[in-house]
Design a protein around this ligand. Structure first.
Ligand code: FAD
Length: 341
């Protein structure tokens, strides 16, 4: 088949790239180490609740991404959220309004990545450990030493820190570019509570999320206040600051979860009683978001083309948001279609 492309990583960047190629009639096969698509937009299913542990919402700045979001909304896969966003610091809680549109996948964040994956060839539970070049074609070798191929092209759509070792033997310059992008870690905890949070003085009971400007937390959201999840009990996602996470990279998971819940209790107005957690846990994202302050040569390039049909996309090449990752993959797909034409 002409111009068969393998894409390693079925996060939103790999999926957007795959869609652009597929919609232009190209043959694409996606590989992901996880069972399904989604990457850092995936959700965790707990007994009686679904919690988003990666991206909490996505904002829209670019027109092409806006059209994509409209498609998701028309299909019932995305909805505006949070519409009741608050901010908390030592001075108390206040309503946060900045006029920016924000959305979430419905009934869970992964609804939008699943929509992109519809009809695409995706091989899950397959971690690619090595690329091999033979007779001017690419082969992908997985964790069980199974070889997949041949392919004309390979798009590596995994966090830049993990892309480097894959491309290094074939394109050292591309690997060096990966090394220049710093992906920072983030601890994300969840807590399913015994009972709803109490009413907070001066705060509308319908509050959906709060940006925290005090202590280790940066963002707390109520998963049961997200579109399509009203049937689940009070269930919080608690995201830590990247600096705090970096300093506790090897900390004990349960201890981190307890600390983040305690930090949230400390943010509640004086006198508010925190219900007991029925289930509490945490997930460590080793490569959560690219450092926007690393203004190296490698960043802000959108995507990268390497030698012999190697290419890279993902948030690391553009910026720390879902929209950046989607645009990176979408633009790379368009570039590859144009190269073939
Ligand atoms: P990923 O989603 O990481 O996709 C990469 C995929 O590659 C994964 O599915 C992984 O399983 C797979 N993979 C990796 N290595 C291999 C391998 N060797 N073989 C096979 N498969 C492999 N953005 C926002 O816009 N708003 C937010 O509120 C927000 N909050 C965030 C909160 C957290 C805690 C985190 C972690 C991220 C947040 N982000 C947010 C950022 C956003 O989630 C990411 O920018 C975006 O999802 C990245 O998409 P991606 O496709 O580039 O990478």
């Amino acid at each position: 088949l002409p111009h068969t492309t393998a894409i390693i990583g079925a996060g939103i960047a790999g999926l957007a790239c795959a869609r652009a190629l597929h919609d232009a009639g190209r043959r694409v096969v996606l590989f992901d180490k996880a069972r399904g698509p989604g990457g850092r937009m995936s959700s965790r299913r707990l007994p009686g609740a679904v919690v988003d542990l990666g991206a909490q919402f996505f904002s829209v700045r670019d027109d092409a991404f806006r059209r994509q979001v409209e498609t998701w909304r028309a299909a019932g896969r995305a909805a505006p959220w949070p519409e009741a966003l608050w901010q908390a610091d030592e001075g108390g809680w206040r309503r946060h309004r900045d006029g920016r549109e924000r959305f979430i996948g419905s009934p869970r964040m992964s609804a939008v990545t699943r929509q992109l994956a519809d009809g695409l060839d995706l091989i899950g539970e397959t971690r690619i450990v090595r690329l091999e070049r033979q007779a001017a074609q690419w082969w992908l070798v997985d964790q069980g030493e199974t070889r997949h191929g041949p392919f004309d092209r390979v798009v590596v759509a995994v966090p830049s820190s993990q892309a480097g070792p894959l491309v290094e033997p074939h394109d050292p310059a591309l690997a060096a570019a990966c090394e220049a992008v710093i992906q920072r870690p983030c601890w994300a905890a969840w807590a399913l509570l015994d009972s709803p949070l109490p009413s907070l003085p001066g705060v509308d009971d319908a509050w959906q999320a709060v940006q925290v400007r005090q202590g280790p937390l940066r963002f707390v959201s109520r998963n049961d206040h997200k579109p399509g999840r009203a049937d689940q009990g009070e269930s919080l996602t608690l995201l830590a600051h990247l600096d705090w996470s970096q300093a506790r990279l090897e900390a004990d998971t349960d201890e981190v979860a307890r600390q983040l819940l305690a930090a949230f209790a400390a943010v509640l107005p004086a006198g508010s009683e925190m219900p007991r957690p029925r289930s509490l846990g945490a997930h460590r994202w080793r490569f959560a978001q690219p450092d926007v302050f690393a203004r190296g040569e490698a960043v802000n390039r959108d995507h990268r083309l390497g030698s012999d049909g190697l290419a890279l996309c993902g948030d690391g090449w553009r910026g720390p948001r879902v929209e950046d990752a989607w645009l990176s993959g979408h633009h790379l797909g368009g570039t590859l279609v144009a190269i073939d034409a």
